[in-house]
Design a protein around this ligand. Structure first.
Ligand code: FES
Ligand code: FES
Length: 158
């Protein structure tokens, strides 16, 4: 029998007190309990980056993280990035530069870009590629994504 653990967690600026099985994965907590389906499940093995969310502003793969590990932490999903009905500058840059096709990788990609720009306001191409190395896109060939990152940096997204 799986035991339960109580955690306190903030998701998209909203606080939660939850009692969860110790083996509850963050991706399942977000998608099934909180209905935040912008967190995508691709490989389910920590490889593709589709499930990336921000934990205290750093990218984390939600498919390989237990929910109890985030006790006391703050999580941001793609649903929490816009404010007051306005897209975040990184979201706007992805739209303006058509930096997606099927869109499956896009929520995780955008969150990784936000973290990148929070740490590097004007990243060079090598830094961009290093930060996005854990986010796989099978559609775009990455060039449009890199152009969107540059545009978001110019727009002061960091
Ligand atoms: S679904 Fe989590 S890294 Fe691929
Ligand atoms: S847009 Fe399809 S996987 Fe990236």
């Amino acid at each position: 029998m799986t035991s339960l653990v109580d955690i306190s967690i903030t998701v998209n600026r909203r606080p939660y007190l939850l009692s969860l099985p110790t083996n509850r994965i963050v991706a399942d907590l977000l998608r099934e309990d909180l209905l935040l389906t912008g967190c995508k499940i691709g490989c389910d093995q920590g490889v593709c980056g589709a499930c990336t969310v921000l934990v205290d502003d750093l990218p984390v793969t939600a498919c390989t993280t237990f929910a109890f590990e985030l006790d006391g932490n703050s999580v941001t999903t793609i649903e929490g990035l816009s404010e007051d009905g306005q897209l975040h500058p990184v979201q706007r840059a992805f739209l303006d530069h058509s930096a997606f096709q099927c869109g499956f990788c896009t929520p995780g990609m955008i969150l990784s870009v936000k973290a990148l720009l929070d740490h590097h306001r004007d990243p060079d191409d090598l830094t961009i590629r290093q930060w996005l190395g854990a986010n796989i896109c099978r559609c775009t060939g990455y060039q449009m994504i890199i152009e969107a990152v540059r545009a978001a940096a110019r727009a002061g997204a960091g």
